[in-house]
Design a protein around this ligand. Sequence first.
Ligand code: MLT
Length: 316
Amino acid sequence: LAAAAFSAGAQDFPGSKPITLIVPFSAGGPTDRVARDLAEALRKPLGNVTIVVDNAAGAGGSIGANKVAKASNDGHTLLVHHIGMATMPTLVRNIPFNVENDFEYVGMINDVPMTVIGKPTLPANNYKEMVAWVNQNKGKINLGNAGIGSASHLCGMLFQQALGVEMTAVPYKGTGPAMTDLMGGQIDLMCDQTTNTTSQIEGKKVKAFAVTSPQRLTTAALKDLPTMQEMGAKGFNVSIFHGLYAPKGTPAPVLKKLNDALKVALKDPDFVKKQEGLGAVVVTDNRVNPAEHKKFVQAEIAKWSPAIKAAGVYVD
Ligand code: MLT
């Protein structure tokens, strides 16, 4: 009887029960921004269901991911996560879930380039002057991130390797709060996604030195920033993908409805305008395909694992 009721539920999913999008970082950061924009765009294709965003931050994004891995598989608790899904398997020892087996892959959302930014009082007005300042202040530099395994942590790791200078990592529960401290001068530098940095760069609340994509960006506030590769960091290419996930065992009819709604949401003109105005690139249909989504994450796990192991980085 319960199975019949459950499958009936699957048929008329989502019904009137709200959907919760879990964001594994603090409010006000880039992941939160993607989730809130996506919630707006998903509402209509999901029959005007209420969609709430719940920030379950901590442990580099693994606390929020675990919450969804352990949630009911009725399709009403979903995860918006980023590249962390591909780095946690290597970074988080004793990880309480399996990225490949404990989730259903609903589809990709976007790719977001990153920017290297500094506190407004940093005495440098371009990349070369910033590098000179870094070399004059070795051992005294605070680099903000959102915890081990976060996008800002990974980019920060590669940034330090590119400069050959070790900096002190200052972890936050998201780059939203980290940005507040950077603007206040409590930390010196950070590598963060354009969805979080574009408006601060436009408002001259932080200094901007480079972008992490292989090509320069077209966003007005970012177009004059050199790429890390132009500045000599060979092969430097960091772009943060975001995807939508459900707990393993979510019924196929529910996953189909979620995937169909995601495809519609990613074409919502308002969603595209908001995201692309902040330097993000919304994915095309072929990458919203669940099988392609899972294959992409598996390839990213293989890509990042050696770099993380070589850096000897992990979190218990
Ligand atoms: C956030 O949403 O706070 C960031 O994506 C965290 C990070 O740097 O990964």
